[in-house]
Design a protein around this ligand. Structure first.
Ligand SMILES: [Cu+2]
Length: 152
């Protein structure tokens, strides 16, 4: 009986070890495009997400309102994107760094967001571009800064 218990324990720890060693599957993260969200009108929700290299971000037109998602600033070597209005788009995040994106029709209302992929290697550049762009917004001027403040 003792022998069996020991074997059982060994088998169990081997299984746990295998589970921990198994490569994790790339995750999908959903960002909703909304006319009205927790932070007011015309928002991406959540407007900041931290993901791993290889993960996918899904921009969902949860409330239709001529929203799109278009990259504004990318880390070196990353592919830009631009979706059609009110059409879901999936973007695979393949390069490490900070990404800024906007809804083109509502950028002026601060409909913008930030994605951190791995280490924020281009944070200084992202902050500079965000500040320059935000100065041109009519409303939601602080949204880029609030999202970027969550980068770590
Ligand atoms: Cu929009």
């Amino acid at each position: 009986m003792k022998m069996f218990q020991r074997f059982h324990l060994a088998a169990a720890s081997l299984l746990v070890g295998l589970a921990l060693a198994a490569p994790s599957h790339a995750a999908e993260h959903v960002v909703h495009m909304l006319n009205t969200g927790k932070d007011g009108s015309m928002v991406f929700e959540p407007d900041f997400i931290r993901v791993a290299v290889g993960d996918t971000v899904v921009f969902k037109p949860t409330q239709k309102g001529a929203h799109n998602s278009a990259s504004l600033l990318l880390p070196a070597g990353a592919k830009s994107w631009k979706s059609a209005f009110d059409v879901e788009v999936k973007v695979k995040m393949e390069k490490e760094g900070v990404y800024l994106y906007v809804c083109e029709p509502h950028k002026v209302m601060g409909m913008v967001g930030v994605i951190q992929v791995g280490k924020p290697v281009n944070l200084a550049e992202a902050k500079a571009v965000a500040a320059r762009e935000s100065a041109t917004f009519a409303t939601g001027k602080d949204r880029f800064a609030k999202a970027l403040a969550q980068v770590k």
